[in-house]
Design a protein around this ligand. Structure first.
Ligand code: ZN
Length: 304
């Protein structure tokens, strides 16, 4: 397992973590400058932040600073009530692939969607199995496009508390079932440690906040192997958690054994960035972004 205690070479900042500085929206170019000044080598930006700053502007900044993108957030939200809705999702996801490619992202992260309408407060139906089948169809279709663009797709299973409004894929097992169904890997004589000969077009993003509780986590990480592990998102689970979405903790402040999970991933071939992704409306978004980034660097060394 890599030793992170001496430097932050494998730290990535999910830019939602400093989306606000002292409670005020912080534009992506300023986030990028602040990361670069601290020797942070990678970020993972959100589409709305990129759109606000302009794709060309962000692309140039990323290149000028030699930044890597550990991922791009995000595609998905496949289920819809009608064909027009599914078509809109299809078109939007293709644009997300194009943007990810322009920015040189390692993968496009997919938050797959739940019951249509639930995110806006009113679910159109209660048929989660229907949503799951629409997710399968949506990813299958997007894969044709993302493969031709050589942009890997990383399914992010979300904690079951988000099954209605954000993602009806809730465990690593469920995500990997879908990977194997839609993107079977070939194996052969020149196979790597996990038996695969090709980089996967479809894999998973392991966000410790969503999966830390899962009794099958270690075995599913083994199953994912080198080819399917595309991203590691870190933060911490606070007790108590006062907001289901925007009360994520800084690494080391909660109950997740992050280092153990990272160890399992690295034992199975993961060698990428550890991406700090903290949504925190009452705490970290109220602080000055420089303080937040400096704390991320310190906790990356001590608690990741
Ligand atoms: Zn995440």
């Amino acid at each position: 397992m890599r030793d992170f205690s001496g430097d932050h070479g494998w730290l990535s900042i999910n830019t939602a973590t400093v989306r606000k500085s002292s409670g005020v929206e912080l534009p992506l170019p300023q986030i990028i400058e602040a990361c670069a000044r601290r020797g942070i080598r990678a970020i993972s930006p959100w589409r709305d932040q990129v759109a606000s700053a302009g794709l060309a502007t962000v692309s140039k900044l990323v290149r000028d600073h030699g930044l890597a993108l550990s991922g791009y957030c995000r595609g998905g939200m496949f289920p819809a009530i009608d064909q027009a809705g599914r078509q809109a999702a299809r078109d939007d996801n293709r644009r997300a692939v194009d943007e990810a490619r322009e920015l040189g992202a390692a993968c496009l992260v997919l938050v797959v969607g739940g019951l249509p309408g639930a995110l806006a407060g009113r679910a159109a139906h209660k048929d989660i199995a229907l949503s799951r089948s629409q997710v399968t169809d949506g990813i299958a279709e997007l894969l044709e496009y993302s493969r031709s663009a050589r942009m890997p797709l990383a399914i992010e299973p979300l904690h079951p508390m988000y099954a209605a409004d954000r993602a009806c894929i809730n465990t690593l097992e469920q995500a990997l079932d879908l990977c194997e169904q839609l993107d079977p890997l070939s194996t052969g004589a020149d196979a790597g440690a996990d038996g695969t000969t090709q980089p996967a077009a479809l894999g998973v993003a392991v966000d410790v906040y969503h999966v830390w509780w899962d009794p099958k986590l270690q075995s599913q990480i083994e199953r994912a192997g080198r080819a399917r592990q595309m991203a590691l998102h870190v933060c911490d689970w606070l007790t108590p958690t006062v907001d289901l979405l925007n009360d994520r903790g800084m690494m080391g402040d909660g109950v997740i054994d992050i280092a153990r999970i990272r160890g399992w991933m690295e034992d199975n071939g993961f060698a990428g960035f550890s991406e700090v992704e903290i949504f925190s409306s009452a705490n970290w978004w109220q602080r000055e972004h420089g303080e937040v980034l400096d704390t991320c660097i310190a906790r990356h060394r001590s608690a990741v």
